[in-house]
Design a protein around this ligand. Structure first.
Ligand code: AP5
Ligand code: ZN
Length: 216
């Protein structure tokens, strides 16, 4: 299966992708995680990407498209993938469709995670992200067993650079301007499935699995 996950910042994409990708038996690919790994490793790409990310701006296509193309060329993506954070613009979606067409495949489903803005702000304000594996936790809604340390890998938790008020506002604006038109793009192609992303993490996960989780 080749599935795309779309939702505003803080919708819970990262939280759900690990279980969803495991359930589907496909590779989990998050452009945000890929960029954050480059930033952490202080690569040239990471330094360039960071200047956009801290402000909540989109990383330019010149960097983003090459990153995605390289990642999709890795062996584990051949059998299917769950893409989180890409595409985010119609231009990126067209690029992805062309890339997949070259290998005789295409997108099977696009899952939209829907949440209201006030909930988004509460989620981002209390988010703590693992520096090692990238998994997100929430001080109130999804706390790790030991404060400040990741349940999944034991790594140290920290607040993300772009979870500051100004950057959050910019990310939300860009979602409305650039990413929302994509929903129509996929709806017209009969690929869009929408779920309510409010409620406990496990319940949202069940909705996500029943929306796109068939393994045929
Ligand atoms: P990216 O990492 O993709 O960030 P984002 O889209 O802003 O999404 P988030 O990671 O903030 O939210 P999420 O939906 O994953 O929420 P989470 O599961 O953590 O991108 C970051 C940056 O990279 C971009 O701004 C851009 O600069 C660049 N970039 C990435 N892709 C790009 C692209 N294609 N083109 C150009 N630039 C790109 O959940 C949030 C919090 O809520 C957590 O604390 C979690 O514990 C909690 N939570 C989750 N589910 C629930 C629930 N059901 N109930 C209560 N709390 C919950
Ligand atoms: Zn971790």
């Amino acid at each position: 299966r080749r599935v795309i996950l779309i939702g505003p910042p803080g919708a819970g994409k990262g939280t759900q992708t690990h279980t969803l990708a495991t359930h589907l038996g496909v590779a989990h690919i998050s452009t945000g995680d890929l960029f954050r790994r480059h930033v952490g490793g202080r690569t040239v790409l990471g330094e360039r990407a960071q200047t956009f990310m801290v402000r909540g701006e989109l990383v330019p296509n010149e960097i983003t498209l090459a990153t995605v193309r390289n990642r999709l060329a890795e062996g584990d993506a051949a059998g299917g993938f769950l893409l989180d954070g890409f595409p985010r613009t119609v231009e990126q979606a067209v690029f992805l469709q062309q890339l997949l067409r070259q290998s005789g495949t295409g997108i099977d489903a696009v899952l939209e995670m829907h949440v209201e803005e006030d909930e988004i702000v509460r989620r981002l304000a209390g988010r703590r992200t693992c520096r090692e594996c990238g998994r997100s936790w929430h001080v109130e809604f999804d706390p790790p067993r030991a404060e400040g340390s990741c349940d999944a890998c034991g790594g140290a938790l920290a607040q993300r650079d772009d979870d500051r008020e100004e950057a959050i506002r910019r990310r939300l604006d860009l979602y409305e301007q650039e990413t929302r038109p994509l929903l129509d793009f996929f709806r017209e192609r009969g690929l869009l499935v929408r779920i309510d992303a409010r409620g406990p993490v496990a319940e949202v996960g069940e909705r996500a699995i029943s929306a796109v989780g068939t393994t045929d």
